[in-house]
Design a binder for this molecule. Structure first.
Ligand code: HEM
Ligand SMILES: CC(C)=CCC/C(C)=C/CC/C(C)=C/COP(=O)(O)OP(=O)(O)O
Length: 288
């Protein structure tokens, strides 16, 4: 019988937590923008639907990737490759979670359910099945999955999507290259053994690093423009532009002299950067 820890591990708690931060913050901004009241039951239904769908999608990704996970030092101890959870058990677990989230999402509104479905589509069909094992640009299209929890929160609260919501999601899209390509530089041997063609392995660390610099530069512009189209305080503008400017400075410095060891630090700094940007959005909305 698999232990409870296995069921937690296959939903990548740290990743799911930051994904849910983007969902909650987008929900809060949209409520403020449309001057809608905060209804605890509506928020609880939205949060529960989204976290179930995200967790289910992640478990399905773990099931489908269990063969290549067994080839990587970083992932070989995961529940499925290590035999603590059967592939069928992981697949069923993921399916039940996603269907429950999607069903609850339908009760909130059709937009939310559609966005949750798009998250599953871009993560499982586009990224995991179609691109991850074939294309160095897998995370560019696959990254759209990562923007869906943000759009889920926005559309659940607003019942529609428009520029501010799209910009909030774009911040995540522009962040994903730093999130993954620095990680793949550090775990280069792992990705080579598993034959996953992440961009740094195909074009080299230096060229991939400059692609990340370009992406972070656009991320900086996006966090600044969001200030002018969403109900956010100056605190958001100052904090988010400062933290992304620092990240951009570090990304340029890394690109000038890339190394595996420094890539791990940049990977960790990337998560902190996105976390601070989104938390400054939250504080900027509540205090604004
Ligand atoms: C195509 C999109 C994405 C891919 C391919 C991806 C992939 C990964 C990988 C490979 C890891 C390392 C996991 C491990 O070693 O156990 C990871 C960790 C993580 N991901 Fe993602 N991710 C994506 C999108 C996102 C998004 C959109 C967010 C948040 C908004 C996110 C947040 C995190 C966090 C917080 C961690 C843990 C970081 C740490 O250990 O310090 N990811 N992700
Ligand atoms: C609304 C909704 C359902 C959204 C989905 C959000 C979500 C789970 C985004 C994560 C994207 C992703 C492809 C992660 C797995 O990467 P990987 O397989 O490269 O990671 P790994 O190597 O650590 O397994």
């Amino acid at each position: 019988m698999p232990d409870a820890r296995s069921f937690l591990e296959v939903i990548k708690p740290k990743q799911t937590t930051l994904l849910m931060v983007t969902c909650v913050v987008a929900y809060t901004i949209a409520l403020k923008l449309y001057q809608k009241p905060f209804l605890p039951s509506h928020f609880a239904a939205t949060f529960t639907a989204t976290i179930l769908a995200v967790a289910g999608t992640t478990a399905l990704n773990m099931w489908l990737d269990s063969d290549i996970d067994a080839l990587m030092c970083r992932t070989r101890h995961r529940p499925v490759p290590s035999g603590r959870l059967s592939p069928v058990g992981c697949a069923l677990y993921g399916l039940v979670l996603f269907v429950a989230g999607f069903g609850l999402g339908l009760l909130v509104n059709a937009y939310l359910a559609l966005v949750l479905l798009l998250g599953l589509f871009f993560d499982i069909i586009v990224y995991t099945i179609m691109l991850k094992r074939k294309s160095p640009y897998s995370i560019v299209l696959g990254g759209l999955a990562g923007a869906m929890p943000c759009l889920a929160g926005w559309t659940a609260a607003a019942g529609r999507i428009e520029l501010a919501g799209i910009l909030a999601a774009a911040i995540i899209l522009l962040w994903i290259p730093a999130h993954i390509w620095y990680l793949s530089m550090y775990f280069e041997e792992d990705y080579r053994n598993a034959r996953i063609p992440m961009l740094p392995l195909v074009v080299g660390m230096e060229r991939a690093s400059w692609a990340i610099v370009l992406s972070v530069a656009f991320m900086l512009v996006t966090v600044a423009v969001l200030f002018f189209v969403a109900p956010l305080s100056v605190l958001y503008f100052v904090t988010s532009t400062a933290v992304v400017s620092y990240f951009l400075y570090r990304a340029v410095k890394f690109a000038l002299s890339p190394s595996r060891e420094k890539a791990k630090q940049m990977y960790k700094l990337a998560s902190i950067t996105l976390g601070v940007v989104y938390l400054s959005m939250l504080i900027g909305t509540i205090s604004g």
